[in-house]
Design a protein around this ligand. Structure first.
Ligand SMILES: Cc1cc2nc3c(=O)[nH]c(=O)nc-3n(C[C@H](O)[C@H](O)[C@H](O)COP(=O)(O)OP(=O)(O)OC[C@H]3O[C@@H](n4cnc5c(N)ncnc54)[C@H](O)[C@@H]3O)c2cc1C
Length: 325
């Protein structure tokens, strides 16, 4: 791989009069795949990326056909190299604001002008305040059985009851191991929850979690406030997911009653010219899904630009036909 192609174009300060067809905000799987399609469609594209993809704490990425087990950073490096091959500019930076024009203002001052924008800024996982959780997040403290369940299959596992979603997560996880403890911690389980968990073969262990026992750079167990230590090799929890959707919110994009930005199937938001893709609009999107959402958005954005280009071309055609009469 050509190393120079991986690098962010850090000095790419925009010329004041430069107008891009599309500014893509975020270069995770969603933003990069959109940029790849748009670059190949010979659009003038710039991608602005703050460089903090959600799965950065994990050593391996799973469930992406042909890329299963690849380090997440390598996928993004490959993607960055691919988009720059098609003339897409990649700038390391953070977008602070987008106005309706679209003027895209970066932290530190530069402003990029764009005909369309795609916001692919992902989300952040808010973790419970249990000592050891942050340290082991993405390693042996996990959230997604489809991403990491296979790797910890048949091992002694625990699900930490820090979010109502943990019950469903635990019922799923039982698919991968028959030794799963459910620790309600601060969660009030209903009688139905208990019946479903125990019926599915999970053991419920009451008591408040004090901390995770981490030794030799690995999770060894979970210590409860009463001093009991439960030996475990991996723990799952359901984080609170918070979309990085401030740019979309400020533009006035409509949200649904659960607080997530609404789009059509291509990622088109309620604001004309503004698309969104990936985890910023769907917390369930895996890497391959986010990439697919980016691709769908790119198709729709290019079609929208073609419509506008045709409108302008017809206006000019009519004007020159009228002038030559
Ligand atoms: C620990 C962990 C492990 C995971 N493992 C897997 C796995 O094995 N397989 C799998 O399929 N999925 C996995 N996932 C899920 C995966 O992380 C997401 O599916 C994927 O990251 C979504 O891609 P995205 O492009 O929407 O967002 P991201 O990858 O998060 O990319 C968003 C980008 O936008 C940038 N950004 C945000 N705001 C701004 C701004 N204002 N200006 C400029 N840039 C900005 C961010 O810095 C980031 O670089 C895992 C998640 C976690 C937390």
């Amino acid at each position: 791989m050509n190393k120079a192609m991986n690098r962010y174009d850090a000095d790419a300060r925009p010329a004041a009069d430069e107008r891009h067809d599309v500014v893509v905000v975020g270069a995770g799987a969603a933003g990069l795949n959109a940029a790849l399609l748009l670059g190949r469609a010979r659009r003038k594209v710039v991608v602005i990326d703050a460089g903090q993809p959600r799965n950065a704490p994990a050593a391996h990425m799973h469930g992406f056909l042909s890329r299963d087990g690849l380090p997440p950073a390598t996928l993004l490096e490959l993607g960055r190299a691919e988009i720059t091959r098609y003339g897409v500019r990649l700038v390391r930076g953070r977008v602070e604001d987008i106005d309706h024009g679209f003027s895209v203002r970066l932290e530190g001052g530069p402003v990029l002008e764009a005909r369309r924008v795609l916001v692919a800024t992902g989300l952040r996982d808010e973790l419970p305040d249990i000592p050891g959780v942050r340290e082991r997040w993405g390693k042996d403290v996990l959230h997604c059985p489809y991403c990491h369940g296979y790797e910890v299959g048949d091992q002694p596992l625990a699900v930490l009851g820090t979010h109502p979603g943990a019950v469903h997560q635990a019922l799923l996880l039982r698919q991968w191991s028959d030794d799963v403890l459910f620790l309600p911690h601060t969660l009030d389980l209903t009688a139905e929850d208990r019946e479903r968990l125990e019926g599915r073969g999970l053991r419920i262990v009451e008591g408040k979690i004090d901390h995770l026992v981490v030794e030799g750079g690995r999770l060894r167990g979970i210590e409860l406030a009463d001093g009991r230590v439960l030996p475990r090799t991996a723990a799952f929890l359901f984080p609170r997911t918070v979309a990085h959707d401030e740019l979309l919110t400020r533009l006035g994009c409509v949200k649904d009653d659960t607080g997530w930005i609404t789009t059509d199937r291509t990622g088109r938001t309620s604001v004309a010219g503004v698309w969104a893709a990936g985890n910023v609009i769907d917390p369930r999107a895996q890497v391959v899904t986010a990439a697919g959402m980016g691709s769908a958005a790119a198709f729709a954005i290019n079609a929208d630009l073609v419509d506008e280009d045709v409108r302008h071309a017809v206006e000019q055609y009519r004007a020159s036909a009228a002038a030559s009469r």
